[in-house]
Design a protein around this ligand. Sequence first.
Ligand code: ZN
Length: 367
Amino acid sequence: MEKITGFIWDESYFWHQTGNGALNIGSGGWIQEDTHAENPETKRRVKNLLERSRFMKELHQIEPRSATRKEIEMNHDAEYIEKISRLSDNGGGDAGEHAIVGPNTYEIALLSAGGAITATDAVMQGKVNNAYALTRPPGHHAEQGEGQGFCLFNNIAIAAKYAKATYGLKRIVIIDWDVHHGNGTESAFRNDPDVLFISVHQENIFPKNRGQVTYTGENAGEGYTVNIELPAGTGNEGYLYTFEHIIEPIINQYEPELIMISAGQDPSRFDPLGRMMMTADGFYQMAEKVKAMAEKHCDGRLVACHEGGYSTAYVPFCTIRILEAFNGKQSGVKDPFDQGFHEGPLYQNQMDAVNRVREVQAGYWRV
Ligand code: ZN
């Protein structure tokens, strides 16, 4: 294997149009709209930084294929798929709650879900050890029959279902570190013990009334959903504490055959939609921990799909650090925003939050 990390992207990912906005929604008619929060720049600039730093040369670039209609139907209602196709053909609209469809979005969304599948194939077939798909539109809020929170098709859920169907996997872990709860992914696997879903998110942020610590899955899937709500202000040390006390012990007991990450870089300290304090180095450390778990349990098989992250200045620096951890080489890019402060120390309220998760999860796992 020449290059260990695959990088999947397509120019059209940056052509999905979300229009104008005032942050994530309209202005209500009171303030002039500028750019929608989920605009192409955060992700285009990830690719730009990889090229500017020459780190792209260390990655195995893989062209995504489009997901087939049948693959999308593994996770979404036919009627909903049809709705996105129709909106897309007719110039755009909303496919749910803040789930913007623009002209030609349908084809781009198929290619975004296909990017997650392409990454999964590359890893499962041993073409690369691990892979990062710069998927856009993002996916983790998308429910079976409704788009939500800028998400249309649930890329990672589709790829996990594809991995089960194609490679017969029985134990997949999805770690969702986007600052928001991965409700769509949780819904997709709430009854399914074959996919252990772990969401670490800011408490009470989005969507409403989802992601509570006490929700642990249903029926055969009970005990295979782990919700970790962290207080606003949690930074590197709080996240690493969470990995050490909850995520790593549970994954060690589950012994996954594949690990996937919903990589939202919106817990960063500059994110306009989140209130966390992670630095680029914090993302590096999380990614290293996940990589080590993948090496321990499943020959390093690790697939990441990009989700949120709305700081156009900072998301690229966070994402390149994740890729460095995946690849095991350094890009030489310095975080220009690292002023040497001790960002995001561990406070008592963060430890208390982790202890609440431990109390609930102790019913299922040794934590
Ligand atoms: Zn998010």
